[in-house]
Ligand binder design. Structure first.
Ligand SMILES: Cc1cc2nc3c(=O)[nH]c(=O)nc-3n(C[C@H](O)[C@H](O)[C@H](O)COP(=O)(O)OP(=O)(O)OC[C@H]3O[C@@H](n4cnc5c(N)ncnc54)[C@H](O)[C@@H]3O)c2cc1C
Length: 431
């Protein structure tokens, strides 16, 4: 039986452990923090008693590995999947335009959704359509050195369609400004969403908190099959001998009995582990991170009619409607993250009052601001080149985590995919 130490209990570590254990491996998962879930978890808000996430997470039908993982741990029913694609775009004057499509006649239905997207002029819609029709002709690798903005301008997209449609799609999926993110990654994402089949473009939202949705079921899956999960134990050192890991040191223990080690921790955390930086030749100054700001607001009366809204040309990018409270999300939030709570709320209230007639500041009962300063890496061309230089395995030491998927943004899907790939690699190995 293969004995594996998995470092990190986020989505990559949990999905890796579940795949390994289901195939009969023996797993010890080591997590530094007292809780599992990494950058995607939920907790109880002490003011209201509601379970809230560390930031609203959106998934899409093209998250194939995530859906398989949730099915594996019996948690897929905790996802609310749209019947049909429907995204309300809210303009600064309060008008709403829908990007929506029926389920009939894929992929023509998606092209029709663009033709019917009234936020853009007819001429703009035709240019957008043209680019969608050309998507298959682009090779992601050829576009690495272009930013999303440069690519869109090269492809004759108007400033208005960039602001109203492309920017909303790019910031939402890449958590990065279009002037920074690589067009190669964006095109890969667009292909997965719009050319990945009928279900791929549908939005999926967790029905419950993230920890309830996947952390608890995954932990139970691992423990029930004899795996060990250790929290509050930080890996501090990794000892290599003749190209193999022979010892893992933590702040509490040392481990020498294992066949493989999988690291699923982010690059900035990996560089803090003694000896790793040298061995893996990490040069991390090219990796930049992007913050996400989330604001939960409890309302005395909620008359929002949609389950979520995309806000165009706004400091707030998304509004999610949870009934008793709303969650506002700003991606690539460099401009807001260092403001005080009072300043953030002033801006938020003014923006919401402008965009929604159903909102008034008098309705606010309480609010909670959550700042994730290093939410995701920026998938720029520099970051792709730098991450590409890092070997993905070193003897029996295998690297996983969202950042290891070069041509994907940092998402739940890239984390799960990387975890499952690391498990598959170990299971293939004859040792
Ligand atoms: C606010 C926010 C909103 C987001 N929204 C979305 C979204 O809408 N859709 C989407 O798909 N993705 C979203 N993401 C991205 C997604 O959450 C991440 O890509 C994913 O959770 C990364 O998982 P991971 O397992 O690769 O890394 P992590 O979740 O970072 O897990 C790594 C784990 O390793 C542990 N660790 C670190 N160092 C050590 C050590 N030395 N020893 C032991 N353990 C260690 C950490 O404590 C952590 O638990 C969002 C992220 C944030 C923060």
């Amino acid at each position: 039986m293969k004995k594996v130490i998995v470092i990190g209990g986020g989505l990559a570590g949990l999905s890796c452990s579940c795949s390994l254990i289901e195939s009969g491996a023996e797993v010890i998962l080591l997590e530094a923090s007292p809780k599992l879930g990494g950058r995607a978890y939920s907790f109880i808000d002490e003011n209201t008693g509601d379970i809230i996430d560390n930031g609203q997470h959106i998934m899409m039908g093209c998250y194939e590995n995530t859906i398989e993982f949730l099915n594996q741990i019996d948690a897929a029913e905790q996802l609310l999947i749209q019947d049909e694609l429907r995204v309300p775009f809210v303009m600064n004057d309060g008008s709403i335009h829908f990007l929506s499509s029926s389920n009939n006649r894929y992929p023509i239905n998606l092209l029709r959704s663009i033709i019917k997207f009234t936020a853009l002029s007819i001429k703009e819609r035709i240019r957008v359509l043209d680019l969608f029709l050309d998507l298959l002709c682009f090779e992601e690798e050829d576009l690495i050195d272009l930013t999303v903005k440069e690519w869109l301008l090269n492809e004759s997209q108007d400033e208005n369609s960039i602001k109203i449609l492309w920017e909303v799609l790019a910031i939402g999926t890449l958590n990065s400004k279009i002037e920074e993110a690589s067009a190669g990654v964006f095109v890969n994402v667009l292909k997965r969403i719009f050319l990945g089949g009928q279900e791929a473009s549908k939005i999926m939202l967790p029905i419950n908190g993230l920890s309830e949705m996947y952390v608890a079921p995954a932990a139970e899956f691992i423990r029930r099959r004899g795996g060990t999960i250790v929290v509050s134990e930080r890996v501090t050192g990794v000892t290599f001998e003749s190209d193999e890991v022979v010892r893992i040191d933590t702040n509490k223990n040392s481990y020498t009995e294992f066949d493989f080690v999988v690291s699923t921790i982010p690059l900035h955390a990996l560089s803090k582990i003694e000896s790793i930086e040298k061995i893996l030749n990490l040069q991390l100054n090219q990796i930049k991170y992007s913050p996400i700001l989330s604001i939960n607001i409890w309302l005395s009366k909620n008359e929002f009619t949609e389950s979520f809204y995309a806000l165009v040309d706004s400091d707030i990018h998304w509004l999610f409607n949870h009934g008793s409270y709303i969650s506002l999300v700003t991606s690539a939030a460099e401009g807001l993250i260092n403001l005080t709570d009072e300043e953030i709320m002033r801006k938020t209230i003014s923006q919401l009052s402008n965009n929604f007639c159903v909102f008034s500041p008098d309705l606010i009962l309480s609010y909670k601001i959550l700042k994730e300063k290093r939410a995701t890496y920026i998938p720029s061309s520099e970051s792709i080149i730098c991450r590409n230089r890092i070997t993905d395995s070193f003897g029996n030491f295998i690297l996983a985590g969202d950042w290891t998927e070069l041509m994907l943004p940092a998402t739940i899907e890239s984390a799960v995919l990387s975890g499952r790939k690391a498990a598959a690699k170990i299971l293939e190995y004859n040792r």
